[in-house]
Structures are given as C-alpha cells and as structure tokens.
Design a protein around this ligand. Sequence first.
Ligand code: F6R
Length: 239
Amino acid sequence: MNKNNFLNLETIEKASEFVANQIISLVNSKPNCVLGLATGSTPLKVYEYLIEDYQKNKTNYENVITFNLDEYVGLDKKYADKSYHYFMNKNLFSKININLNNTYFPDEKNSEKYDTLIKSKGGIDFQILGIGINGHIGFNEPPADLNSKTRIVELTDSTIKANSRFFNEESDVPNRAVSMGLWSILQAKQIFLMAFGKSKKNAIEKLYKLNDFDPNLPASSLIKKDNVIVIVDQESSFY
Ligand code: F6R
C-alpha cells in the first residue's frame, strides 16, 4: 500500500456509501463471494447502506459467505446482546437474504480450524476493518505478531475501556476474545480499513508515517500489502 491508498472521503456517510458500493458490485459480479466482516461503530453505516440497497434493488446474498473477525470469550449471559453474533444478526444478517449457515464466527472451539475453513471457502475476497485507538485490527493488540493465526487473545486495558461504553461496568467487559490473526487478515484479496472520528486520528497518522511493520501499531501489518485502501473522514484525517 502506498500513501495514495489513503482516501479522505470527508464524512462517515460518503465513506460508508463508497465501501457499501464496492461490496454491492462484488456481490453482483460474484454471487458466492466471501466477505470478511467487522463489528463496532465503524461499519454500522456500511451495513445500513447494504440494507437500503437490498430493499431497493434486491441484491442477492443467498450464496454469499461471511467470516467475522472476532468474538468475545466468556461473555456473561446477561450480556448476550453484546456478542458480535448478536450484533451482526441485528445490524445486517436479519435484514438481507443471507443464509445464516454461510455466516461464520471464530469461537473457542473452532479457533484452530478457522483459517483452514476460510481457505476451504476460497479465501476472503473483501475484508472490512475498523481500527482501535491503539492501532489494533481485529483484536490483534500491540505488540502484535505478523504471523498470528486465529486464536484466543487477551484484550488490553485501552480496548476494554473503549468497549465499556456498551456495558454497565468496565469490569463486565470480557478480557478475552477470539480473533483472526494478522496473518489471517493479510490473506484477504482486498482490504478496506475505515477510521472515523478524532479518536482514530493518532493511529491513522502513525500508520501513514510508517514505512514498515511496527508491532506497536498492529494496523501497520497492512503496509507491505497491495490492495489495501484506508478510508478516513475529516475528523480522523490529519493531512
Ligand atoms: C471489531 C473489530 C475491532 C474494531 C475496533 C474499532 O470486529 O475487529 O478491531 O474494528 O475496535 O471499533 P469501533 O468501530 O467501535 O471504533
């Protein structure tokens, strides 16, 4: 990826519409494509555009396969609605005609087989990523390992703090998750990393200025890869 691969699309709306349109064209041209999906605030508008398009144009997701990046481990039952499964069903899957049997999430049991499963479906054609304020992608926290596969990870204090906005107490946020590794993410054929809001500006600035992988900024694993686009809004852009 080079510096021209950073696009400031100014608003979350324009940026999300841009990414959604890429996904819609892919689904139309390759009806059995494999999408790598993220949760959190960042992709929410992308999913809204996909739903809007589905309602208007009936884009067909029947044969689309999805792999989510990550899922909490040890979530208390009372927080079942904070799971990433729940998030995806609520914000996308229940509103398009995707076959739930084609939607995959990593978990404690399948973590070692997740990368093989992705490969057996042809590999991820299009990966959506958000970025943590500490530069994480998926739940690959710093210091990150370029060769990491899907596995159980410990969340850092900064991630637990950032995610506590969804829970009653910070101590209710699970401190473990299953996440695709950096290696797993780098196998995707096309990657769109999105960063919105001023809390992401620092991580984006570091990413832009680095020329090589720095384990302290996991997103910098993308630097050596082609086919990566970084999409920012006005608030996360520093240039
Ligand atoms: C979520 C994920 C995380 C988030 C990141 C940003 O599946 O993999 O890396 O993308 O924590 O979260 P938001 O979008 O809530 O700021």
